[in-house]
Design a protein around this ligand. Sequence first.
Ligand code: PMP
Length: 436
Amino acid sequence: MATKIEETYIKNHQNSAKKYQISKNIFPNGVTHDARNLEPFPFFMSHAEGTRKWDVDDNEIIDYWGGHGALILGHAHKAVTDAVSYQIKRGTHYAASTDLEIEWAQLIQTLIPSAEKVRFQSSGTEATMMALRMARVFTGKNKIVFFKNHFHGWHDYVQSVGSNDAGIPNEIKNTIILANPNNINEIDNLLTHNNDIAAIMLEPTGAHMGWIPIRPSFLFELREITKKHGVVLIFDEVVTGFRTSIGGAQKLYGVIPDLCSLAKIVGGGLPAGVVAGKKDIINTLEIGQLQRIAHYGTFNANPLSAAGGVATLNTLSTQPINKSANAAAKKLQTGLNDLLSKLEITGTSTALGATVMLYLGIHFDYNNPETILTPEQEDISNNLLTSHQLKLAMFNNGVDGGPRFLLSGVHSNQDIEETLSATEKSLMQMQSEKII
Ligand code: PMP
């Protein structure tokens, strides 16, 4: 039976419901990205500006999903719209090198500590795919170590360890080793007894954008151990790059990987992917070697993405965007923890850089960055029923966010206050339906 929360969602989103009747016959589940799938139907958007977006039913929504994390400047930021509008009139593709791509790469080199050299693609998925191949060519080895639940896109290698591995050949699956995070002895043992490991790749703040946190000290341990065994250490900074700090998780923690993948913020809201890192490894792309990687891609460093990327990275470099986003994140986190106490709900909110999490059902010490979740806490915090109802309730109350909130540098005090009030309403509705 539908909850009252679902009934309200259906009632207030009739135009989305109508669009879904069309889209479900065109796209699987009516959507173009798994994460946009939603029961009873997904919502359809019309336009956006700053921290707000409007759906096709004319509901105004405070956005914490910000272009899947790409929009640290908020929607339609003037620096980006000016740069992209200027560029679109000068042509969108020259099939040639440009000044813009040099400027873009130089900004990345300045901001990201590991970026000795850089190569552009068009998505995070492409970036992780290239980074893995580079590690294999550089080391002459085949196997890759991933960590449980860490997400790196949707190509065969990174999807071969989860439950969604249909269609991936065993030959590929057999090149992947799945390890537990936070246990350096397990990794040492693995690298000591297997001499065919090319790389370890991970989300440096933990699985699912940091939802299942890892110990920062584990990053230091991994750095030491990969150095010792000659294994390439790859940070997947597609989300954390320019968000966890302006220089990503690597800058925040002072642990420099051999390679990193970037996407999302680096393109300023336009499609982009980047592999950055040690010159010798990136140079596995250089033409003229016997063992090299061939790399094509019609839209690599295309002028529109480059314009969006340069505008965004210049703005981050010259204005206190990360500082504002982090301050807004702290304010939201504090407010959420206060709310949980006030409503006597077991839960915890954390903030790291410009990302806030709201865990329902578990309580832990969020002031100690070394705190990780127990397996029982992981299970409870991954309760799909609770997070689904929270998502619908928050959306009914005008917020696209929760249990994860990706903040921008333009979220204002008023946005946070309105969000806290929407969260209070949502949690109370969930309480009255006995969902929490
Ligand atoms: N790595 C991480 C950590 C991600 O979160 C994502 C996307 N959410 C990707 C890679 C894939 O990036 P894209 O969606 O641009 O292919």
